[in-house]
Design a protein around this ligand. Sequence first.
Ligand code: ADP
Length: 644
Amino acid sequence: MDQALPNSPVNSFGIQDYRTILESLAKATWSADANGQVVSDSPSWRAYTGQTREQWLNEGWLSAAHPDDRVSARQQWQDAVANRKQIDIDFRVGHPGGGWQWTNLRATPVLGSDGAVEKWLALNLDVTERKGGEVALRQQEARTRIAVEAAEMGTWEWNIAADHTHWNEQHFLLFGMEPRVEHTLHADDFLRHVHADDLERVKAELARAIQERVPYEAEFRAVRDDNQAVVWMRGYGRITAEFNGQATRMSGVMYDITRRKEAEIALREVDRRKDEFLAMLSHELRNPMVTIRYGLHALATTAEDQVTNSTLALMNNQTDHLVRLMDDLLDVSRISRGQIQLRKERLDLTALVGQAAEAVRPLYDELGRGLQLTLPPAPIYLEGDATRLLQVVTNLLTNGARYTGDGGQVWLSLTSQDQEAILLVRDNGIGIAEEQLLAIFELFMQVDNSLARSQGGLGLGLTLVKRLTEMHGGRVEAQSEGLGQGSTFTVHLPTLPPLPPVLPDLAGQAADPSAARCILVIDDNAFAATMLSMLLERKGYDVHTRHSGRAGLEAAESLNPAAILLDIGMPEMDGYETCRLIRQRPWGKNVVVIAVTGYGQEEDKRRSREAGFDEHLVKPVEIAKLLATLTDLLDKCRTAQQAN
Ligand code: ADP
């Protein structure tokens, strides 16, 4: 304690000084007799509360107290007087200007030489500000408690250093436990309830929150004590105290999200079934399509009059459209199920965009739209799947032609900067309203206006553009000044640094197709087999058909075909099994075997490679592609045989 220096001013602290200090602190000072009754006037009290002298002397200070506080204040005052002990209480008293103010009353008994109470000395301090804060805090706490109760939330506080945890009652109930609020708990009491499969993740989240001072957030499964039921919980917490740079306390909540999780799981299941249904639907539709397409080709070769020819051309056109829709549907459902794997290679985007423009040129000519390309003089290399990127560009160009009217014009430009290729497809067509600019990339999304609707379609194209672009590490966005103002689609794709392009090896180019070679078609669908054989015969092949794997094997033994076109989905012995058996025979080692099938998934292709197929073509096969593949494989086979 500070020692006062002799003769220092403190030593001359007199009774008047004490009075001055007291008056500056206290709002009122007053005295009462040994029984606690007010007997002398207190101008400071009257100034403080606005009571009149009569009120003060007749009724005493209690009459100035707030009615809600009066009973308790009187009780405490009487207790203090009876037991001759000091008093220190808070209550509200009237304000001279109206309303209420918080006061802190302190009173102490003064004892005479005989030890009896002579009188009481009292003072009042103003504590309105502190009490206001306390009340607000209590109200806030009450509101929080109501919210926590209503939401059935468990709350927890974890003293990290001591590993002591405190839970509220609800927290115990969430784990199916008897509440033991006073019980000392540890982090393990929480962790032992977390499902084994989620435990490491929850621990990692807690550790991260402690180390990086970020909120702890986790959704996890928990096993209840009472019935061992697995429930879903969400935990959230924050560091609430630190010492010497170490997190020492974390507080948070935990609540049951089982119902939401179950709804999510059910929704995902419905979504999965929808995807499966779409995949199956488009797969099933392929089989009849194959017959139609082959039939049309066959008819086209014999048709002589103009009407038949143009009808066939129209039907062919519509068949192609149907096939495209089915392909898009199948692609979207495969992407949704994560079943599309990109076959990435280093490729030149400039050349690819040129090819895409060539592919859509007939459509532009047919609809009378203009297409202007601005391509860079040099190649732009990127790592990508050529087929898929072609799909991205043709989809945008096709939309450009479809969503412009007479005098429609589409401008395509390709540039690159900062290791990014930027493809712009701009048109002067019907435009897109601002609120639709993001939505049009959603699955099955079509803008609801008659011009757009008149174009048909299923709302798949832009979904494919977006997802395929993203699978290439890129992004796509749409811009438009509004309806009737045209639209611009911008695709950004990461590029590779330029390298001298590898020159294609032209040495091994296919020679003339080898005519009059023996082909065996094995397909349980007799009609499809006949159509295919008719088309191949027209190209000069000697074609035989069989309708089961076993019959095909027997026939091949004697026919010794150069190539076998083999369906996969056949009863009894499927195409995989048939191919495996073919490869086991001495004559089957070098024969060309091509799968011609409705099964087009990556998994199907993998299985056909394993079974020994040389190629896997998906129905409905384009005739030109089938012939090219056949010629190519037969030539390779012949070259290999000559080399031996
Ligand atoms: P679809 O064209 O089959 O309906 P998309 O996914 O390709 O499906 O397009 C979704 C919607 O976006 C279209 O229905 C159309 O309303 C709008 N849209 C697409 N491209 C354009 C464009 N170039 N101009 C204006 N609107 C377009």
